[in-house]
Design a protein around this ligand. Structure first.
Ligand code: IPM
Ligand code: MG
Length: 359
């Protein structure tokens, strides 16, 4: 026991949604005697304001020492003009890469209560349950060389490098296939192997990994087609596995199928299953400080943390049930409210989940 959770609220709506997630975490900590202790740290813009850097050494050390990390959201216009290497997002990317959190799990599940909130027809999304497994510490996000240089003719040129080594592809492949075994046993690997050599290798290595999982069906899809299929017939997918940038884009699209990105949690895992948990959405500067943010994605991230890293499936299930209960009660933050429906605040939504947990 005595497990440590590092809480990193971040920027704009980050602290608002985190306050509710922490109340939920404290409630299950008590009710299930989990023996968790919570510690707070600074990341992103909040860290820049205090220490001049987006990922202070103290935060990195606390993250290394923690059993799991709960993150709100980082970034926003306040730091638009800081130097590129000091941007808030760099704090998040630094944490992902320093802790080798290579496996990003982004489930897109449609709560039946929210079928009307999706921008797609209810019959297209009813029962939707997709898991996007995104590689998180490689690919074009981290490839070198990178930068903006000035050519001899005085013109500037921006450049990045899209690179994956076999071992990076193999480990995310194994994670995806292992997870598929707990679901419908289908993996769709998304690449652009008709154009990019790096993803020709990606496809080859996925085929190799698949040999270890004869009970799981592997298919391949080009990323452009995958984007189209996600909005055309999303229920054809079970697990999708893809690289860092494609996963970033496809997971936003998948999120919207469920009505609101405000509902979607995520896990970022290292090879030992230790991880960082965060909502899929960003810091939403436009609605910060108004009590309009949906705390459910962060609350559901707490559930993922309990399930994947802390091995507390009962507490995780209790949170998921409580979220389902408050949706049944008709509570909606503005992002998931139907036209003309009265919306509740961030705080009220969090309080309702806590009340449902207490039964
Ligand atoms: C995400 C975000 C991040 C990413 C940003 C904030 C750096 O969009 O987690 O999807 O691109 O990975
Ligand atoms: Mg993103």
């Amino acid at each position: 026991m005595g497990r440590r959770i590092l809480v990193l609220p971040g920027d704009y709506i980050g602290p608002e949604i985190m306050a509710e997630a922490v109340r939920v975490l404290e409630t299950v900590n008590e009710r299930f005697t989990l023996g968790l202790s919570l510690e707070h740290g600074l990341l992103g813009g909040a860290a820049i304001d205090e220490h001049g850097v987006p990922l202070p050494d103290a935060t990195l050390q606390a993250a290394r020492d923690a059993d799991a990390i709960l993150l709100g959201a980082v970034g926003g216009p306040k730091w638009d003009n800081v130097e590129r290497h000091l941007r808030p997002e760099r704090g998040l990317l630094g944490l992902r890469s320093q802790l080798e959190l290579f496996g990003n799990l982004r489930p897109a599940i449609l709560y039946p209560q929210l079928a009307d909130a999706s921008s797609l027809k209810p019959e297209v999304v009813a029962g939707l349950d997709i898991l996007i497994v995104r590689e998180l510490t490689g690919g074009i996000y981290f490839g070198e060389p990178r930068g903006i240089r000035t050519l001899e003719n005085g013109e500037r040129q921006g450049f990045n490098t899209y690179v994956y080594s076999e071992s990076e592809i193999r480990r995310i492949g194994h994670l995806a296939f292992g997870l598929a075994r707990q679901r419908d046993r289908r993996v769709c690997s998304v690449d652009k192997s008709n154009v990019l050599e790096v993803t020709v290798l990606w496809r080859e290595v996925m085929e190799e990994v698949a040999r270890d999982y004869p009970d799981v069906a592997l298919s391949h899809m080009y990323v452009d087609n995958a984007a189209m299929q996600l909005v055309r017939a999303p229920k054809q997918f079970d697990v999708m596995v893809t690289g860092n940038m494609f996963g970033d884009i496809l997971s936003d699209a998948a999120a919207m199928l469920t009505g609101s990105i405000g509902m979607l949690p995520s896990a970022s895992l290292d090879k030992n299953g230790r991880g960082m948990y965060e909502p899929c959405h960003g810091s939403a500067p436009d609605i910060a400080g108004q009590g309009k943010a949906n705390p459910l994605a962060t609350i559901l991230s707490v559930a993922m943390m309990l399930r994947y890293t802390l091995d507390e499936a009962d507490a995780a299930a209790a949170i998921e049930q409580a979220v389902s209960d408050v949706l049944d009660q008709g509570l909606r933050t503005p992002d998931i409210a139907a036209a003309g429906q009265r919306a509740v605040s961030t705080r009220d939504m969090g309080a309702a989940v806590v009340a449902a947990l207490r039964g």
